[in-house]
Ligand binder design. Structure first.
Ligand code: NDP
Length: 344
């Protein structure tokens, strides 16, 4: 019988790649979707027609219990979150509710539906395996570099603090109830499906528009900011592998290679034959109140124990994103021209 997976955050970048990966592995996949008319649901339903949906919100405990009870999953992937770090200074309470307490609600839903109690010593009705989307942002002000599973946390944003709670509460449910719960401490990962508010996608979108003559300048914050950026399609494979291990454990996932924002801009502009320095404007208003330090993954455990390796490098990733945005922007331009001329 095929395995059943429930994914929260299905309308997001990782949710879509993970759903495709699990369907390829023969799973039946449900995505938890919130809101009465979520426009992103239609988009993903078109992209992945084999996907099923169940209603629910990480802010609503009852809806999560109902969703887990309805799907009866073998595996739950909790990817739902407000994922844009700067927003966590604007709405810290909401981000804490969704990204922190939301994890607890999802764990409770799994615990209740699987009938786990402190004394049950593991699930009496078969294990539901739980994956939590932890983040390198938990490290923040780094105690050692590169960061590994044992590196201590010092988050530098309300987002990072909420993710640290989610991380620890997942460990706690593993220890308190014998739940199979793991956290993937994922470093930044991008793709053509990344939200437009994130710097790599902001760059690829702007490069496409500048190439087509639709804009001229791209405003960026700290060009020296460095990240360990990988490809989302590679990282969802690691999520799945983590839930296939005999023993539940947490893993760091990243490429171990660092790149600056200026590298991302240079590669993207060069890909379309433009000089980034002629188009990028530094805007101090876009710099974070408290910047994380150099975050670089030591994914040794994931490579050794999961057999995981990233396949797409940073240059390939940036070029892939620019190509995708260029195709999309060209289609939209052609469509507007058709509308303007009326020549269907
Ligand atoms: P996205 O921002 O692309 O997707 C976030 C998803 O969370 C959306 O589907 C959104 O759905 C959903 N969501 C938001 N609020 C709620 C809520 N109250 N209840 C249920 N769902 C909700 O993020 P990514 O796909 O990039 O990231 C996936 C996870 O991995 C996130 O938890 C993120 O914090 C974490 N992470 C991501 C990294 C990265 O570099 N991408 C790095 C490390 C961790 P809706 O359509 O309803 O808004």
């Amino acid at each position: 019988m095929s395995k059943r997976a429930l994914i929260t955050g299905i309308t997001g970048q990782d949710g879509s790649y993970l759903a495709e990966h699990l369907l390829d592995q023969g799973y039946q996949v449900w995505g938890l979707c919130r809101g009465q008319a979520n426009p992103r649901k239609d988009r993903i339903a078109k992209l992945i027609p084999e996907l099923s949906f169940v209603d629910g919100d990480l802010m609503d405990q009852g809806s999560l219990v109902s969703a887990v009870d309805l799907v009866q999953p073998d595996e739950v992937y909790n990817l739902g979150a407000i994922s844009f770090v700067p927003m966590s200074w604007q709405q810290p309470e909401l981000v804490t509710e969704v990204n922190g307490t939301g994890v607890l609600r999802m764990l409770e839903a799994v615990r209740i539906v699987s009938g786990l109690t402190k004394s049950s010593g593991g699930s009496p009705r078969g294990q539901i395996r739980f994956y939590q989307a932890s983040s390198s942002e938990m490290y923040g002000k780094v105690a050692e570099s590169p960061q590994r599973e044992t590196t201590s946390f010092h988050p530098r944003s309300p987002y990072g603090v909420a993710k640290a709670f989610g991380h620890y509460i997942t460990q706690n449910y593993r220890e308190s109830y014998g739940m199979y719960g793991v956290s993937g401490i994922l470093f930044n990962h991008e793709s053509p499906r990344r939200g437009a508010e994130f710097v790599t996608r902001k760059i690829s979108l702007a490069v496409a528009q500048i190439k087509l003559g639709q804009m001229d300048k791209l405003h960026l914050g700290n060009l020296d900011a460095e990240r360990d950026w990988g490809f989302a399609g590679d990282y969802v494979r690691a999520m799945h592998l983590m839930l296939q291990q005999e023993q539940a454990g947490d893993y760091v996932v990243g490429t171990g290679a660092m790149h600056q924002v200026r590298d991302a801009a240079r590669i993207a502009f060069e890909h379309v034959g433009l000089d980034w320095q002629e188009h990028v404007v530094v805007d101090p208003g876009l710099v974070r109140p408290a910047e994380v330090e150099t975050l670089c993954a030591d994914s040794g455990n994931a490579r050794r124990e999961l057999g995981w390796e990233p396949e797409v490098d940073f240059e390939q990733l940036m070029r892939m994103m620019v190509e995708s945005d260029l195709r999309q922007a060209s289609r939209e331009r052609d469509y507007s021209q058709l509308l303007a001329t009326g020549s269907w």
